[in-house]
Ligand binder design. Structure first.
Ligand code: 5HM
Length: 316
């Protein structure tokens, strides 16, 4: 919210990159002391917590398919040239299968930090120079890379972006990047440190101006604690969650609370699966299973009722 305020009221430039009117500041950075607390609580800037988890999971899957993301966001096909894959935005593909050699940068970073905890080489490169050689590329990575630092025995992370939308993109980018940071910290068995966000151009599109001014006037009163990922290696849980997420998305199964308990996922990951199951009901326009909804932790109930009041604020 502070960044949004800063760009909206103190922009240095008003311009039209690719024809879109916007206001911007250059060389913007901020840090978040506790990156496990990665969400914005605003009645007017409603976050879609299900999209946020889905996008983070999509990155962790290393996948670049459009059908995954367009299930969670109908605007996604606008960014795909061939209607099948996403190129720039598919950060997971870059992290886990970079370039022709299909480099697994996740394992590389872990290895570098295990061998030299003070290293300043633990970088995951995301932007690829080839992206700019494609004429009229609809989807050029906005993120250049992520860098990890173990300092005082905690895992800090810096993200580098060429461009970030201070109203829209920032919300999901901070969410996914700090999830990546938290998961890497769990992998390395150390505490999460600080998160640093650094951006070439931070901007707001003129078409969002009215909405942005409402959001900035809106007092924030709520303050939940965002749940923390369990300690230890979470990859078995994540792989299992991905399997069920895919079945729900393809409409190959439905899941009530008991079937979610039966998966053997730990409570943190069960909650996320419950969110995906509720999203399936919303997407396929089925009645919401309120027994399942009731098992969600209060923070997730809050996000869902704020985002989909017509669906979720009905008499039971
Ligand atoms: O013209 P350009 O390629 O920079 O347009 C992409 C727009 O999406 C920019 O406003 C950029 O800031 C925003 N964006 C973002 O904020 C895009 C992505 C996808 O890589 C992202 N965050 N993750």
């Amino acid at each position: 919210m502070a960044v949004l305020h800063n760009i909206y009221y103190h922009a240095d430039f008003f311009n039209q990159p690719r024809g879109f009117n916007s206001r911007e500041r250059l060389g913007v950075s901020f840090n978040i002391q506790d990156p496990t607390q990665r969400v914005v609580y605003s009645k007017t800037r409603k976050i879609n917590i299900i999209f946020n988890f889905a996008e983070a999971l999509w990155y962790l899957s290393g996948d670049n398919s459009l059908d995954y993301m367009s299930y969670y966001n109908q605007r996604m096909p606008n960014y795909s040239v061939d209607g099948k894959i996403l190129t720039g935005t598919a950060y997971g593909k870059k992290i886990f299968h970079f370039g022709e050699q299909q480099l697994d940068q996740w394992q590389r970073v872990k290895k570098i930090l295990s061998e030299d905890p003070d290293s300043k080489r633990a970088v995951m490169q995301i932007f690829d120079a080839n992206e700019l050689t494609i004429a009229d590329n609809l989807d050029v990575s906005c993120t250049l890379g992520l860098q990890f630092f173990i300092r005082n025995n905690r895992l800090n992370m810096v993200s580098y972006m060429r461009a970030n939308d201070a109203f829209r993109g920032i919300v999901s980018d901070v969410f996914s990047f700090t999830m990546i940071q938290e998961l890497m910290a769990r992998d390395l068995n150390i505490e999460v440190g600080e998160y640093y966000h650094t951006v070439g151009t931070m901007h707001i599109y003129q078409t969002d101006d009215t909405w942005v001014s409402h959001v900035l006037e809106d007092p924030r009163s709520l303050n939940f604690k965002f749940p923390m990922m369990p300690s230890g290696n979470n990859w078995d849980m994540i792989k299992k969650l991905m399997k069920y997420e895919k079945m729900l998305r393809k409409n190959e199964c439905t899941m009530d609370w008991q079937s979610i308990l039966d998966t053997g996922l730990s409570p943190y990951w069960q909650q996320i699966l419950a969110l995906f199951s509720i999203y399936q009901m919303i997407y396929f326009k089925r009645e919401v299973d309120y027994v399942l909804f009731d098992h969600l932790i209060p923070i997730y109930k809050y996000f869902l009722t704020n985002k989909w009041p017509q669906k979720l604020l009905v008499e039971k």
